[in-house]
Design a protein around this ligand. Structure first.
Ligand code: SF4
Ligand code: SF4
Length: 741
């Protein structure tokens, strides 16, 4: 061992010890902070499925690969990071003795081959990611970049670290090749041999010194990174390399699906809260303090990589609202860790608002943490609030953020948890939504319509719509929904669906006046009490009638009936009307004969598409209607060969209409109207028919298109209609006219 090796070894050892001690201390603190959250026992079930899913998501990069170039680049960088760890480990041997390799596998040609190519592709990957980041800088994209609000120095630092370590790895191999010590043949490590040729003029001892010094640099870069992230506990762009495994493992669904569809119920002692037995002194009603999120919530906040995918897809952010799902998560993360010293010292408020800790316990807590503890979770800037009320109420619960998040953060659950406290305890929510809640409580529907007008839509259909009270057998309970029963445009869809089911000979019946709102708007706004009241009543009614199968036209009803009533003892097989219609068309029970002219585009409703993965059936129905032309499905400008012209954002990336999350009943005062943004996209397809599969989308896009027509920015021929109406028109022009009245 020469003097260079001795000095290098001592430096490497000292820096490594310091880095590891700091990192262990930070990880232990991180775990203690995450454990401050509330219990969430359901995250520990189906461990085998969770493990398989985690491995598939992380190593298959299922979410990342939806952004192909970024996904591929990131995959190589991630694998490169794992390989890098081996290369860094090898550097400790090279520092001691330049001819040494990693024990056991280090001199194996296959190891050399794999690490060589992962290194090359990792290098290319990191360069691509750096290029993408530079191209999307907030300064270049007028502040609406997905990186707006991300801590840029941290991302650059991580990227340059990976770049530096990879370059060092190749230089070490090059020096070894020059000294004749590289144990891999040319086929296994051509790049390293090439670099070795460039160092061909070096003496053996100079090459050995090169190995030692470069290995030391590699260790110093790596340990500087470890020290930096240890000193920055909220540096998610680095920590996610470790925490993402746990976050994906503990996701709510234990499967590949993101946490969409059913909302997480309010919990009491690890079980869903039943309001009939709720005790305000014991049960937490929503989230008013950051530590009232579950431990998984705190793990979510810790894991955010600041990639901004969620932000780039958020309809609120894209129309100038103050809500960005990324910035919301980052605010909660920063607040949680800033408040942590106070909480870890035993501080915190009980459910009556009393301080739990004694003055002595809090005596050593730093003033910054005490000040942070005083900040309200929801509040405006003047009050020092962490989340502005306008941020909280801007969310449409469309799920685009959850769908896109590569580390499975569950934004919608967190947003609704905060809404629950504001609604149930503070009664603090947009006043106009109060009318909707009162109507739900008093009349069983958000419009406040008289219950005895629920069946008015059946008048003049030309056939008798069967009621469950008639006593006959039926296969499907046709769940009409409040919009379908009371809202004029939605009633046309209801009539069209009933006509189609009748034409196809489907055995169905309606509850009529026995139906009330499913409770979806109450639940999404945060009023779990009203939701439970309505849901329990409906579950009772449906169980009494012996309902097994339900067909619903409203995706919000569909989602609640299919995914949430199970939490209250209502287990039914639920289909959306487009699914049933697609089946009836495919089995020849409904045969379109009259082609739909003028082009068709389809808007995916969030609660049908993203939340419930129903993307194809509505398109199949429309394709059948368009394909009624003698020469097959050849709609103008069709993207998918099915006659439908897709909008710029469709299917999983569909853009919300603006009505979800009870936003239908709130004023949209900030930024551009979401329905206008979406209507512009629909109009840009040039299609005359904008088909939807949701009564709320029908209203929102209908209003949006009307507004564009009024300023001459849309042709008067453009029409927004439900998929069922399109099918009915293509099936039988005469009854279609009649049913659509
Ligand atoms: S659910 Fe939709 S509106 Fe709400 S934060 Fe996520 S992307 Fe934005
Ligand atoms: S997509 Fe997920 S990881 Fe990326 S910024 Fe949003 S919350 Fe964070």
């Amino acid at each position: 061992m020469g003097p260079v090796q001795i000095v290098s070894t001592i430096i490497a050892a000292l820096v490594t010890i310091a880095a590891v001690v700091l990192a262990v201390r930070t990880v232990s603190r991180m775990v203690r902070v995450i454990r401050l959250g509330q219990p969430d026992p359901e995250r520990f079930d189906r461990k085998g499925q969770r493990t398989a899913n985690m491995l598939k998501e992380i190593f298959g990069h299922t979410r990342m690969l939806k952004w192909t170039v970024v996904g591929i680049s990131h995959w190589f960088v991630m694998i490169g990071f794992i390989v890098l760890s081996l290369l860094v480990l090898g550097a400790y041997f090279e520092v001691v003795k330049p001819t040494l390799d990693l024990p056991i596998i280090g001199s194996w040609a296959i190891y050399g081959f794999v690490t060589e190519w992962i290194g090359v592709l990792g290098l290319l990957g990191i360069l691509v990611l750096m290029g993408i980041r530079l191209r999307n800088l907030p300064t270049r994209t007028k502040g609406r970049s997905r990186f707006f609000g991300s801590t840029m120095w941290q991302a650059y630092y991580v990227e340059y670290t990976i770049l530096g370590v990879l370059i060092c790895g190749f230089l070490i191999r090059g020096f070894k090749a020059a000294a004749g010590d590289l144990p891999y043949p040319m086929w296994a490590a051509p790049v390293s041999h090439g670099i070795g040729s460039a160092f061909g003029g070096l003496s053996e001892s100079a090459a050995h010194t090169g190995v030692t010094v470069t290995a030391l640099i590699k260790i110093l870069i790596s340990m500087a990174w470890l020290i930096t992230i240890a000193l920055n506990i909220t540096m998610g762009v680095a920590w996610h390399r470790f925490s993402a495994f746990f976050n994906v493992f503990f996701k709510r669904t234990a499967s590949e699906r993101p946490a969409l569809g059913a909302l997480r119920p309010m919990m009491s002692e690890g079980k869903p809260l039943d309001f009939e037995e709720a005790d305000p002194e014991k049960d937490q009603f929503g989230v008013a303090q950051v530590e009232q999120f579950t431990w998984k919530g705190l793990l979510d906040f810790t894991t955010c990589t600041e990639c901004g995918r969620c932000q780039s897809q958020c309809p609120a952010w894209n129309t100038g609202k103050p809500l960005s799902p990324k910035l919301l998560v980052l605010s909660l993360r920063d607040h949680a860790y800033a408040k942590a010293p106070y909480l870890l010292a035993g501080g915190g408020k009980d459910l009556t608002g009393e301080e739990k800790a004694t003055q002595e316990q809090l005596a050593n807590v730093n003033v910054l943490a005490l000040a942070e503890a005083d900040r309200p979770l929801i509040g405006g800037e003047a009050d020092g609030g962490i989340i502005d009320p306008d941020v909280l109420w801007s969310c449409t619960t469309c799920g685009a953020c959850v769908e896109q998040c590569p580390v499975d953060i569950e934004h919608v659950d967190h947003i609704v948890d905060m809404r629950r406290y504001q609604v149930l305890i503070e009664s603090n929510f947009p006043s106009e939504a109060g009318v909707m809640l009162r109507n739900l409580e008093n009349k069983g529907n958000p419009w406040g319509a008289a219950q005895n007008t629920r069946e008015d839509w059946t008048k003049g259909l030309g056939f008798e719509v069967p009621r469950v009270t008639d006593g006959g057998d039926f296969e499907y309970l046709f769940w009409v929904g409040c919009a379908g029963a009371f809202e004029d445009r939605a009633k046309k869809t209801t009539r069209a669906v009933a006509t189609l089911l009748h034409e196809a000979g489907v055995s169905f019946a309606i509850l009529g006046e026995g139906e009330t709102c499913t409770g979806d708007p109450a639940r999404r706004i945060g009023n779990e009490f009203v939701f439970q009241m309505l849901a329990q009543q409906n579950v009772e009614t449906l169980n009494e009638v012996g309902v097994k199968k339900i067909v619903a036209t409203c995706p919000h009803c569909f989602n609640t009936l299919a995914n949430e009533y199970g939490q209250l003892g209502g287990n039914f097989e639920v289909v959306h009307h487009t699914q049933l219609l697609a089946h009836l068309v495919a089995t020849g029970k409904l045969t379109p004969v009259q082609p739909v002219d003028g082009g068709v585009t389809y808007h995916d409703p969030c609660y049908l598409g993203r939340h419930n993965r129903v993307f194809e059936p509505p398109r199949e129905v429309l394709a059948a209607a368009v394909g009624a032309k003698a020469d097959g499905a050849d709609g103008a400008g069709a993207n998918g060969g099915n006659g439908i012209t897709e909008m710029e954002r469709f299917a999983e990336r569909s853009f919300c209409c603006g009505a979800g999350g009870a936003r239908m009943w709130m004023e949209e005062r900030i930024g551009k109207r979401i329905n206008i943004e979406r209507s512009e996209e629909a109009i840009a397809t040039g299609a005359q028919t904008v088909a939807v599969g949701c009564p709320f989308c029908l209203t929102m896009l209908g209003d949006g298109v009307t507004a564009k027509k009024s300023v001459g920015e849309a042709s008067n021929d453009v029409e927004v209609v439900d998929v069922a109406t399109v099918l009915l028109r293509s099936l039988k022009p005469e009854p279609a006219e009649d049913a659509a009245r």
